[in-house]
Write a protein that binds this ligand. Structure first.
Ligand code: ZN
Length: 289
């Protein structure tokens, strides 16, 4: 894959995602070198980084709710990172959507008695994938929203249809003023919008705007990919999508084919948003459809 050489030039977390898409075998070997780090976000909410989607951790009175699970080969390191911040057992694992960099790690946790929870479309898509470890299939599913009890409080899950995929869930942590946005948020990068799995550009914009309307300027957002962020950072993504879509639509209306638009390119200011997995060409193809 073309992006492979670029990998060396990019930040580790982003490069890792591409590596796994491009070369699963070498990436598996790579997992041995991945360090899983926990950062306290606020109160009893933590963010874990390793390889793949950011993990959210909520420490309740009687157990831990974790959000997303990265890769199977990282399960021991993820477990150790959580054990370093609390003695509470991990009870529930929520998937923000079905992509492998968020769900591949489900199975080892499920085998340890952790309850996997996801939107019903996530279960359907995982079940249809022969390569997905059956032990990691969600045991509890929902269609619109769900409250997950965590001792005296609960974590709120809300489904947003047809954005990044058709099974996106945003997770709201009580009292901490923190949310986990899943892959509705790629920080300062062209987002992956999975048009083959119910993703939709307008839906993505609408869903992000709907979530943002419920946040204040201090709300901390754990993004699917990238560093801990705030509302203003997420708005920057929405503005980029709207502006680049406008550029592509204008060229399309002038009669340009998708190949011609790629040849023409986006304006200079969007160059920095390009990365190895979703480069400018792939982003234009997403917008052109
Ligand atoms: Zn994703």
């Amino acid at each position: 894959m073309r992006g492979f050489k670029l990998v060396q030039l990019k930040q580790t977390a982003w490069a890792a995602l591409v590596l796994l898409v491009a070369a699963p075998a070498s990436a598996q070997a790579n997992l041995a070198e991945v360090e899983v780090k926990a950062t306290q976000v606020a109160g009893n909410v933590y963010m874990l980084t390793g390889m793949g989607g950011n993990i959210g951790v909520y420490v309740g009175d009687d157990g831990v709710v974790m959000i997303d699970a990265q890769y199977q080969g990282l399960a021991d390191k993820i477990t150790a990172a959580i054990a370093a911040v609390t003695e509470q057992p991990i009870k529930t694992l929520v998937n923000t959507h079905f992509h492998g960099d968020h769900t591949d790690g489900n199975a080892p946790f499920a085998r340890n008695g952790v309850m996997v929870v996801a939107h019903e479309n996530v279960k359907t898509r995982l079940a249809a994938n022969d390569k997905f470890d059956r032990d990691g299939l969600p045991k509890v599913t929902f269609s619109d929203g769900l409250e997950v009890k965590a001792g005296s409080q609960s974590v709120r899950l809300q489904h947003y249809p047809n954005g990044h995929t058709d099974g996106d869930v945003v997770v709201w942590f009580p009292q901490a003023n923190v949310i986990h946005a899943g892959d509705l948020f790629f920080v300062d990068r062209f987002p992956f919008i999975d048009l083959n799995a119910g993703g939709n550009v307008q839906g993505f914009i609408d869903n992000v705007r709907a979530v943002i309307a419920e946040l204040d300027t201090q709300t901390q957002i754990i993004p699917g990919h990238g560093p801990l962020s705030k509302r203003v950072d997420w708005l920057r993504l929405v503005h980029m999508i709207e502006a680049t879509r406008e550029e592509v639509l204008t060229l399309k209306q002038q009669g340009m084919s998708v190949e011609q638009v790629i040849e023409h390119g986006l304006s200079e200011q969007w160059q920095a948003w390009s990365w190895s997995f979703i480069n400018e060409e792939r982003w234009i193809r997403t917008l052109y459809q």
